[in-house]
Ligand binder design. Sequence first.
Ligand SMILES: O=C(CO)[C@@H](O)[C@H](O)COP(=O)(O)O
Length: 228
Amino acid sequence: MPMSTAVLDTVADLCRTVAALHGELTRNELVIWTAGNVSARVPGEDLMVIKPSGVSYDQLTEDTMVVTDLHGELVHGRFAPSSDTAAHAYVYRHMPEVGGVVHTHSTFATAWAARGEPIPCVLTMIADEFGGEVPVGPFAMIGDDSIGRGIVDTLRGSRSPAVLMRNHGPFTVGRDARSAVKAAVMVEDVARTVHIARQLGTPEPLRQEDIDRLHDRYQNVYGQHQER
Ligand SMILES: O=C(CO)[C@@H](O)[C@H](O)COP(=O)(O)O
């Protein structure tokens, strides 16, 4: 069925946004070569916008983005969609609150994924953004629903917007693509900090009551919530 003018306008906006957000992956040094991707759900539609597979970040524009349905079937675009399209699509089908998905192989978060070890909640910033430890999901082969199922099954039992897929790397989700990119930036930062802390000694875990209070404050008070 052809897209309405309103949907076409929304898709065009999302293509611009998703293309630009890939620049945040390179700016924050979360990816090498083409090893990462960002997608956005098209609100109210069985559609998503995602990066084209293997295309260099400096060639990503609104015109090179790919539109697929939420089973990964190509709807619009000159390029083949990301090789992680099935995983992103599975998340959108099973987590209706998610509007954006990011996948990177950022160094420190991927090192924790290689060890299959959750990042413990030993920093206020981990409590703020992740609400507890950053969990580990199962090893899964790329190309079908396996990775997406592992992401959803792991995140369902956690407040975290990030999951360290074992032997692979981090996947993050958010209410929109920018929130998912923020989670990808922050999971790499805390992975690095806790790794360094571990070199110097044993980090102290936060108490659950403090984690809960920190997470609630950060999610509901921090930033510009009040009308000025
Ligand atoms: O993990 C993998 C490949 O093993 C992918 O995440 C790629 O690293 C990025 O793929 P494209 O988005 O360019 O298809």
